[in-house]
Design a protein around this ligand. Structure first.
Ligand code: PMP
Length: 348
């Protein structure tokens, strides 16, 4: 979902941004109006996540998927190995891309349970001579989330936070680099955020294509070429909305409450199941199965009649999935719960 107050504000400002006579769509990215939008959004993100001054914040195109390649290209330095933790479809994609540039050492994997848990940190086998360790903090498709930050003993820790960034406070100092596509918790598709400790940049000897060079992006203030200006602006509005709602501390409380009540309904029923180990359950994406697969179509069509949409599981896994990102109000979760209970009463 996109926060409604943000949509209304964007609508209000669409033709004329703050009385300057221009729509954001018509602004030059180098003009003072857009520069002020860009600076404010960075400042707000820094405030939301308490990002220290020695971290660069980049606003890039190419989605989170480009970072699958940009991370090894920029961070391998003199090393030829990188650690990856494999917890599902998205870490798998990051691994496949990294394999084009380095030797990937799988430090931990939950493939043996079909990605239904977070591997126990005591069992990780971290290659000490690797450039970094990469993990996916929330597996959007499988609904598996880390509820702690892995301890990597000083090695740069890289995290794909595409689907849970800004859902709770984090200590940025524990990370070397964080990246996230905007379209889950930050704004529209078409822009991604990279937060990177500045000493990690510029240490790679090989030539990196300019658009894949994080240092070049950092030096140009993410304006190496024309950035996705309107998406950047919308993302800035989302940051303002998040600050108004009390920031990530307040969001964490409401995200926990939303997820807990939905899991409770699933676990208390003999009709719905969530296959993920409770300690690794996602607060953002909650997949569930019905007791009878044949009822899935009916569930979805009945739900649509109640304005409960986008509940179909990812095409690769089937079943149902409730994505309850920051912008999903608690009433939305309550409506889904009410529907699920009623559906079970009728068909269970
Ligand atoms: N990582 C995760 C965890 C994701 O959920 C997604 C998108 N669903 C991606 C990466 C890829 O993001 P993008 O489409 O922005 O490239």
């Amino acid at each position: 979902m996109f926060p409604e107050p943000v949509l209304l504000r964007a609508k209000e400002e669409f033709l004329d941004w703050q009385g300057c006579g221009l729509s954001v769509l018509a602004m030059s990215h180098r003009g003072k109006e857009f520069i002020s939008i860009a600076e404010k959004s960075e400042q707000d993100l820094r405030q939301l996540l308490a990002i220290p001054a020695n971290y660069k914040v980049l606003f890039l195109q190419g989605g989170a998927s480009s970072q699958f390649a940009m991370v090894p290209l920029n961070l391998l330095g003199q090393k030829s190995t990188a650690n990856y933790v494999c917890t599902g479809a998205w870490s798998d994609k990051a691994i496949q891309e990294a394999q084009k540039f380095c030797r990937v050492h799988i430090a931990a994997s939950s493939r043996d349970t079909g990605f239904k848990h977070i591997p126990n940190p005591h069992d990780w086998d971290i290659c000490k001579d690797a450039a970094y360790l990469h993990y996916t903090s929330n597996e959007t498709i499988g609904g598996v989330e880390f509820h702690y930050v892995p301890d990597v003993d000083g090695m740069p820790l890289i995290s794909d936070m595409s689907s849970n960034i800004l859902s709770e406070p984090i200590d940025i100092n524990q990370f070397g680099l964080i990246y996230a596509g905007a379209q889950k918790n930050m704004g529209p598709a078409g822009i991604a955020v990279v937060i990177v400790r500045e000493d990690l940049l510029g240490n790679t000897p090989s030539t990196i294509p300019t658009m894949y060079d994080l240092l070049a992006h950092a030096k140009s203030g993410s304006m190496l070429n024309t950035p996705a200006t309107y998406n950047w602006y919308l993302m800035g509005l989302v940051f303002e909305w998040l600050i108004d709602r009390g920031g990530v501390e307040a969001l964490e409380v409401s995200n926990k409450r939303k997820a807990e009540k939905l899991y409770r309904v699933i676990d208390d029923s003999g009709f719905y199941t969530n296959p993920v180990d409770p300690s690794g359950r996602s607060r953002m994406n909650i997949p569930f199965l019905l007791a009878e697969t044949s009822l899935e179509k009916t569930f979805l069509s009945e739900a649509t009649k109640e304005n409960l949409v986008a509940l179909e599981g990812h095409r690769s896994v089937g079943g149902m999935r409730a994505s309850i990102y920051n912008a999903m109000p608690e009433e939305g979760v309550d409506a889904l719960i009410g529907f699920m209970i009623e559906f079970e009463r009728c068909y269970g």
